[in-house]
Ligand binder design. Structure first.
Ligand code: HEM
Length: 532
């Protein structure tokens, strides 16, 4: 391309950008003020200040200057940042009807989820409500504690055997935990597990992580590039590859499931089997839900909602994708906190021993006798959440909040760090202190919208797998501390424990991450096998 043509193109782009921006400003409603935020540069916005920086870092930095609600420009996309728990509650909970959608993203919505056919990434509307209702039915506390109890107990017990087989040596248990969770969630959602499936699922996670990475959001950062022919195939080849992988795996799983149900007369407790038996699954793939495919929102329409195969497998996959990394991350922090706090381990073990007498594992019915264990899990989420951020939300119509104009389709990024570190809400915000969640009689405090961990979100898009996640965590921590003491590596010279570095960097874990699971007195492999 000649220099003059290049210059002409660049100047035209800048002019169009300026006109477009002017038009947006002139659409501002009366008496509203624009959200504060760092001044954007033409075309790149604030990318030079925020790209490749951990989100919470730039949120903290800009919050000092612009306050707890401000905007930044991720290229052409405007992000509204909420860095205060009362603001998050006001918008995501009290104005949930406006703030519960998901932004359109080419990689996630357009390609990976075939136009938003996914519970986690569909826009707020009738399609999402129908998907959410099906997921909710499968994940209530009651269903988790009744239908999935055996699966959870079997998988967690298998994990105990793996931990025992490390013979008290130091190691990083992350891989064992991840494999165990994949088996658990695959059994719950698809009704099967295998080494091959586990490998496929791990590959699927790698693809999904790339799809989620905001750094790959080319069309959102620079919308005009989408007009370049075939550019999507080049820029988004990773998203297409991830989707093919997912489609292949899903088709095979669905075929296997249909075959099994034929062979065993429909006897199967998995979520997929339940849906397949009770709902109409169409082989015709419906059009994009991003435009909202359900005509009406009344009870009859909901009952007659036809799931197609893509919706169905998307829901199963969502359980795995949403449930594995998050639960592994939570467990990694729980072990790190417990290994550095043996006094907390001893208190939990005392409670477990009194309740179980050392000859069985805890069940959901024991919860009321294990308040310290439950409080410790909550406190881990508060003190060291893997992330301080929710998934991106977006608005379904214009809104005015505290005089600020928030247009329709704004991308909302909510960080709940201010809740977890609040001196107003917590006696010792900077300490790991499970007592934060116990009352004066040592009982678990009642749910409190502000003080309870925010890691599962709030409002209508709150994590639908919350009860399953909590049950997995309570069961895993309960089983581990019934059988093992978690110990640090020992310095060969001083013979002193090498404490893990608990300094908090978002989405990172203590490094090196090495622990030992030392069987408690009397614990043998035979005993583990026999225990129920
Ligand atoms: C410790 C474990 C977990 C954590 C910390 C966690 C956290 C979250 C968060 C923060 C969100 C987004 C909330 C928002 O956007 O406002 C979410 C959404 C979701 N989670 Fe979880 N989650 C966990 C486990 C699970 C499990 C086990 C499942 C399913 C089996 C699951 C299924 C989902 C789904 C389907 C959504 C999307 C909900 C929607 O958009 O309507 N999660 N989760």
């Amino acid at each position: 391309m000649e220099l003059s043509t290049l210059l002409f193109t660049l100047i035209s782009v800048v002019i169009v950008y300026i006109i477009f921006n002017q038009r947006k400003k002139s659409q501002f409603p009366n008496k509203c003020i624009s959200l504060p935020g760092p001044k954007p540069l033409p075309i790149i916005g604030n990318l030079h200040q925020i790209k490749d920086v951990p989100m919470q870092n730039f949120i903290d930095r800009f919050s000092k200057e612009y306050g707890p609600i401000f905007k930044v420009h991720y290229g052409a996309e405007t992000w509204i940042i909420l860095n205060d728990y009362e603001i998050i509650r006001d918008l995501l909970v009290k104005r949930g009807a406006i703030y519960s959608s998901r932004p359109y993203n080419e990689a996630i919505t357009g390609i990976y989820t075939s136009g938003g056919k996914s519970i986690g990434f569909s826009p707020y509307g009738k399609y999402w409500r129908a998907m959410r209702a099906v997921a909710h039915q499968a994940l209530t506390q009651k269903v988790v504690d009744n239908n999935y109890r055996n699966i959870i107990q079997t998988e967690v017990k298998d994990l105990m055997i793996k931990l025992f087989n490390h013979s008290s040596k130091v190691f990083d248990p992350t891989d064992d935990m991840r494999s165990s969770l994949i088996d658990l969630l695959a059994t719950i959602s698809y009704g099967q597990k295998s080494e091959k499936l586990s490998q496929q699922i791990k590959q699927m996670f790698v693809g999904f992580a790339q799809v989620l990475n905001p750094g790959n959001s080319y069309f959102e950062m620079f919308p005009w590039i989408k007009y370049i022919p075939f550019i999507d195939k080049i820029l988004y080849s990773y998203a297409y590859k991830a989707k093919y992988l997912l489609d292949d795996m899903s088709k095979q799983l669905l075929e296997d499931l249909r075959q099994r149900l034929k062979e065993n007369d429909g006897e199967e407790n998995s979520f997929a089997a339940h849906v397949l038996k009770n709902m109409n699954i169409s082989t015709d793939i419906a059009t994009k839900p991003y435009e909202d495919s359900l005509e009406n929102d009344d009870d009859d329409s909901k009952k007659n909602f036809v799931f197609d195969e893509v919706d169905f497998m998307g829901l199963n996959n969502a359980f795995l994708v949403a449930g594995t990394g998050t639960t592994v991350a939570a467990l990694r922090w729980i072990w790190a906190l417990l290994v550095n706090h043996p006094e907390v381990q001893r208190k939990i073990q005392k409670e477990l021993d009194e309740c179980l007498q050392g000859n069985r594992f805890p069940t959901p019915e024991d919860d009321s006798n294990l308040p310290y264990l439950l409080a410790t899990i909550k406190e881990s989420f508060r003190f060291r959440p893997a992330l301080n951020l929710l998934l991106k939300h977006s608005t379904t119509k214009d809104d005015i909040y505290r005089g600020y104009y928030i247009p329709e389709k704004s991308v909302i990024i909510a960080s709940f760090k201010s809740a977890h570190t609040s001196e107003k809400l917590f006696e010792r915000p900077n300490e790991f202190y499970p007592e934060h969640y116990l009352d004066e009689n040592g009982k678990l405090k009642k749910y409190d919208e502000l003080r309870d961990p925010w890691a599962f979100g709030r409002g209508r898009r709150m994590c639908v797998g919350l009860h399953l996640a909590e049950r997995n965590l309570i069961t895993t921590v309960g089983y581990v501390l019934t059988l093992f003491n978690i110990e640090n590596d020992v310095d060969p010279i001083t013979q002193k424990p090498i404490k893990l570095d608990l300094n908090y960097v978002e989405n990172k874990f203590p490094k090196p991450y090495k622990l030992r699971f030392v069987p408690r007195p009397g614990v043998t492999i035979e005993k583990i096998m026999q225990m129920k």
